[in-house]
Design a protein around this ligand. Structure first.
Ligand SMILES: [Fe+2]
Ligand SMILES: [Fe+2]
Length: 600
């Protein structure tokens, strides 16, 4: 606090100076013609010598006979000796308290801002950067570093400096007393050093000034505080360098470097512990993510192990979908100009794509793996009945019930009919009305001896009447139910706020823009945008991935042709298909994608 007397020639000047000294305030002479001299000062105004002009203000003690003046206190000239010291003490005390409160408020505000900034950071590197930037701003430090404890070393992690540009080092120091950071971390104490060049010879630690030598910088004052987590363990050290006279400006001269106060050390300690908690939270978050990703991988393995031919499908679809989403975000095509995926939305899309087919765990394995129109045991039954019919022909021949050439002709016919059944049973063969009639004819032609049962029953003919592929209507519906199964499963997971649309996105992966998809028959605007991209990736991978039991793999160009055809018929987003075709991202799926994902 600074006290002054106006005018400086007042006969009370010596008395005011003495009173200021006894209350611990500084006394200065003031030139009333310089407004800067009057700012922020406590004034004793001798109104027996000067005229009062307007309001004196509540930092003024007036010496006057008039008692109606607008100021902190008025003392009549004859009471100066008795009352001035006490009045001055009260005023100085009030000013000190007010300034203390204002400082505390500013610090609390700054710490709140730091807390908020830290909670918003999602990567450790930017978290550390934010801690250092905020700490340097609040404490007016020109430079600073963060060291993290790693076993029995402290690792130099982040560094900033307002005055010089430099390349960050990756120095590792032993966790011992020899270095400043090592000392602070191992002893769990703060160091507030006014000038590192003048450290007493008996301190165990020495500053490492190689940075100064390499860059021409000059480190003077330093403040180092340990960063302790909730358990009180030191996880790192926050080091601040060279207190600046003004915030937001580089140092003009190293002679202007100030010294960090005890109050600065206290604030640095608060920032360091907030940062330690934020870093620990981040580490826990990364661990929980790793654990969760492990579960996701286990879930995917469970699905894919039931159908080995689809191995890797979920991971590839996730990669293709998120890559396409990033490409859409980066695209300057007018049609995509309003679509920008955030990192959070990309993560949401990634999980949705990873788990889109999880519902297949609820589909019977024989349906999932069905390679032909009839199940293997159904075909075996038919073959068995054909064998019985053939044995009957052989018996009739041996017993002389039929002529040998007739027997040979029947045998050939049996073989021909069975071969035809096997052929039509394959996944690539279309079974239309003509083929159905042919099968019915075979059914009528041959019976099992004794029972009279047909070798190819009506039910089997019906089972084979599948125009395309291998699934009959019931089986197709059963497979399609995997989408609702995935949705029911994903809906039960308590996703965090930014991931809450995962179930809806996965639910829409077989929907088509023209409303012909399943299970909800959604139309264009009802389908989440991310799901439309996933549909493209899903179809492409299903077509081009390794051979499936029911179909061989398709070359990429042919698959793109199918995607374009579907887009042309209004089923898929045409611009997204073109972007997908142009980028050819399937050719760049990283080998260790599964591992990389977990380390993100
Ligand atoms: Fe699917
Ligand atoms: Fe799929």
């Amino acid at each position: 606090m600074v006290v002054t007397v106006v005018p400086s020639t007042s006969s009370y000047a010596a008395h005011v100076r003495e009173a200021a000294r006894t209350v611990g305030a500084e006394f200065v002479r003031t030139d009333p013609t310089r407004p800067a001299d009057m700012a922020d000062r406590i004034m004793v105004v001798d109104l027996t010598r000067v005229m009062a002009q307007g309001r004196l203000g509540n930092r003024v003690i007036a010496i006057s006979q008039r008692l109606d003046l607008d100021c902190y206190e008025v003392i009549s000239p004859d009471q100066v000796r008795a009352r001035l010291r006490r009045a001055l003490r009260n005023l100085v005390e009030r000013e000190r308290l007010q300034s203390h409160i204002a400082n505390e408020q500013q610090t609390i505000l700054a710490l709140n801002e730091i807390g908020y900034a830290l909670s918003a950071e999602s990567s450790r590197a930017s978290l550390l950067d934010t801690v250092l930037t905020q700490a340097r701003t609040v404490l007016r430090a020109d430079g600073g570093s963060i060291y993290l404890v790693d076993g029995d070393t402290v690792r130099f992690t982040t560094s900033q400096n307002d005055t010089i540009a430099f390349r960050a080092s990756r120095r590792v120091l032993p966790l011992d007393d020899a270095s400043l950071a090592g000392f602070v971390a191992s002893r769990r104490v703060s160091l507030n050093i006014p000038d590192v060049r003048e450290l007493p010879a008996d301190t165990p630690y020495r500053p490492n000034l190689s940075f100064d030598r390499e860059t021409g910088y000059s480190t003077r004052s330093m403040l180092l505080v340990p960063m302790c987590d909730r358990e009180g363990d030191v996880i790192g050290v926050l080091a601040l360098v060279n207190r600046k006279p003004e915030a937001d400006r580089p140092l003009h001269s190293y002679d202007n470097v100030g010294v960090f106060s005890e109050r600065d050390a206290g604030i640095a300690g608060s920032i360091a512990s907030q940062a330690a908690v934020a870093i620990e939270n981040h580490r826990l978050y990364v661990e929980i993510r790793g654990l969760f990703d492990g579960f996701v991988d286990a879930a995917i393995s469970a699905v894919e192990s039931r159908d080995p031919s689809t191995a890797g499908h979920s991971h590839r679809v996730a990669w293709l979908t998120t890559t396409l989403a990033r490409d859409v975000s980066a695209s300057d095509l007018p049609v995509f100009q309003d679509i920008r995926f955030t990192e959070q939305q990309i993560m949401e899309l990634d999980y949705a794509a990873m788990l889109h087919d999880f519902g297949k765990v609820g589909v019977r394995e024989e349906v999932l793996l069905k390679a032909e129109k009839l199940f293997a045991w159904e075909l075996r039954d038919i073959e068995y009945r054909f064998r019985l019919a053939a044995m009957q022909v052989a018996l009739d021949d041996t017993a002389g019930h039929i002529e040998p050439h007739e027997a040979a002709a029947r045998m050939r016919a049996l073989q021909r009919d069975l071969a035809r059944i096997r052929q039509l049973n394959g996944p690539q063969n279309k079974v239309g009305p003509e083929e159905v009639a042919e099968l019915q004819e075979i059914g009528r032609r041959w019976q099992v001896p004794d029972t009279g049962e047909r070798v190819l029953g009506a039910r089997e003919v019906h089972r084979m009447s599948v125009p395309y592929g291998t699934l009959d209507e019931q089986e197709r519906l059963e497979i399609q139910r995997h989408v609702s199964n995935s949705y029911d499963f994903l809906r039960r997971i308590p996703w965090t706020r930014g991931l809450r649309d995962i179930a809806d996105i996965a639910h829409a992966h077989h929907e088509k823009r023209d409303g012909t998809g399943y299970p909800l028959r959604l139309t264009d605007l009802e389908i989440p945008f991310g799901a439309k991209l996933m549909t493209i990736a899903d179809i492409f991978d299903a077509l081009t991935a390794g051979d499936r039991p029911y179909k061989p793999a398709m070359p990429a160009e042919k698959a793109l042709g199918i995607l374009r055809h579907m887009a042309g018929r209004g089923k898929l987003l045409s611009d997204a298909v073109e972007l997908f075709a142009e980028r050819r991202s399937w050719a760049h799926i990283p080998k260790g994608y599964r591992v990389e994902r977990r380390q993100r």
